[in-house]
Write a protein that binds this ligand. Structure first.
Ligand code: APR
Length: 309
C-alpha cells in the first residue's frame, strides 16, 4: 500500500512547519513547493536529513515544479504575501488572490482528486478563490481558521482556570478575523460550560483576546505572523482527512443555506474525513449569536465582493 502524499505550497514559516509535522508523524510523504528557487529544495532536504534522527520514513522533497506534486491526496495552500508597509488590506487581498488562483490552478491540474486545505489570508476570501480556480465541489475546499481560533481560546481558558488544555474545549464560529464568534456557552472544561466557571467579565476578556490572537503575535514578532499554532491546526485537519477520522472541527466551508447563509465560506463545525468536508453540523444559535454570525458573514461578503473578477 502506498503512503499518502501531501503537497504543501509555500515553503515559508507555516508551510515548512506543516511539512515538518506531517513528515515527523509519518502521516504522508510531503512535497514542498515554492516560487523561490532553492528555498523548498533546501528546506525539503533539511527535513529529509532529520528523518533518521526523528525516526520516520516519510519522504520530503522540495521543488519549484508542480509536476512533482502529481497525485497528491491533500494540497495545503500557504503561499502568499504578508502585508508590507504601505500596502492596504485591499492590495493584499488582490495580490494573494492572484497567488492563490495561480497555485491552485497548477496544483489541481496534477492532482485532480485532491482535497484542498487553504491557509493563506485573508482566509475566507482565499477559499472562494480556491473553489473557483479548482472547480472542485465544496466538500474538497476547506479553510483552516476555526481550529486555530479555538486553540487560542482553549489556551486562554486553560491558563485562566489553571487546568489542562486537554480537558478544555472551545467553540468558535464565523469568519477568521475580528468578527469571529466565540461561543462561551458551548466552550467547556470537562463538559462544564465556562460560563459556569468564570464571571462574565473574564469570559468577555478571553473572547476579546481570542478575536485578536493573530494580531497579538504579530505585535510581538514584528517581522512576521504566527506559524507554530497555525501549522499545528493545519496538521490536525490533514490528519483527520487522511486517516478518515470523522473529527468534528470548526472549518471554513462554503455554506449553502446552513446557518442562514448561502454561497459564502464561513467557519462552522463540520465532520472531516476521507471525503473532505463530509457534513456541516448545525446548532441552534441564540438571537444574539445569530446576529454576531450574520455580522461575521457580512464581513466575509464585503471582502469577497472586492475580489478581482
Ligand atoms: N507560488 C508559490 N509560493 C509562493 C508564491 C507563489 N506564487 N508567492 C509567494 N510564495 C511563497 C513565498 O516565497 C514564501 O516562501 O509563500 C511563502 C509564504 O511564507 P511566509 O512569508 O513565511 O508566510 P507564512 O508565515 O508562512 O504565512 C503564509 O499563511 O497564516 C497565513 O497569513 C498567513 O497568508 C499567510 C500564509
Amino acid at each position: 500500500m502506498r503512503r499518502n502524499k501531501v503537497t504543501v505550497i509555500g515553503a515559508g514559516n507555516v508551510g515548512a512547519t506543516v511539512a515538518q509535522r506531517i513528515a515527523e508523524a509519518g502521516l504522508a510523504d510531503v512535497v514542498l513547493v515554492d516560487i523561490v528557487e532553492g528555498l523548498p529544495q533546501g528546506k525539503g532536504l533539511d527535513l529529509a536529513e532529520a528523518a533518521p534522527v526523528v525516526g520516520h520514513d516519510a519522504r520530503v522533497v522540495g521543488t519549484n515544479d508542480y509536476a512533482d506534486s502529481a497525485g497528491s491526496d491533500v494540497v495545503v495552500v500557504t503561499s502568499g504575501l504578508a502585508r508590507q508597509p504601505g500596502m492596504s488590506r485591499d492590495d493584499l487581498l488582490a495580490k494573494n488572490a492572484g497567488i492563490v488562483r495561480s497555485v491552485v490552478e497548477q496544483a489541481v491540474h496534477h492532482s485532480p482528486n485532491a482535497i484542498l486545505v487553504i491557509v493563506t489570508n485573508p482566509l475566507d476570501a482565499m477559499c472562494h478563490v480556491a473553489l473557483q480556480a479548482s472547480g472542485f465541489p465544496r466538500e474538497r475546499v476547506i479553510g483552516m481558521a476555526g481550529v486555530l481560533d479555538s486553540a487560542r481560546f482553549r489556551t486562554f481558558i486553560a491558563e485562566e482556570l489553571g487546568v489542562s488544555v486537554e480537558d478544555t474545549h472551545a467553540f468558535v464560529l464565523g469568519g477568521h478575523g475580528d468578527t469571529m464568534v466565540p461561543l462561551p456557552r458551548y466552550s467547556t472544561v470537562a463538559g462544564i460550560p465556562i460560563t459556569e466557571l468564570l464571571p462574565p467579565d473574564r469570559v468577555a476578556a478571553l473572547v476579546e483576546r481570542t478575536a485578536h490572537g493573530g494580531a497579538e503575535i504579530v505585535a510581538l514578532l514584528k517581522t512576521g505572523s504566527a506559524f507554530y499554532a497555525p501549522a499545528a491546526a493545519t496538521f490536525e485537519m490533514v490528519d483527520a482527512i487522511l486517516r478518515d477520522r470523522k473529527r468534528v472541527l470548526p472549518c471554513a466551508v462554503l455554506l449553502q443555506g446552513e446557518y442562514g447563509v448561502d454561497g459564502l465560506f464561513v467557519g462552522v463545525p463540520v465532520v472531516l474525513g476521507a471525503g473532505g468536508m463530509e457534513r456541516v453540523i448545525q446548532i441552534k444559535l441564540s438571537a444574539d449569536e445569530q446576529r454576531a454570525f450574520q455580522r461575521s458573514a457580512a464581513a466575509v461578503r464585503e471582502l469577497v465582493d472586492k475580489l478581482p473578477a
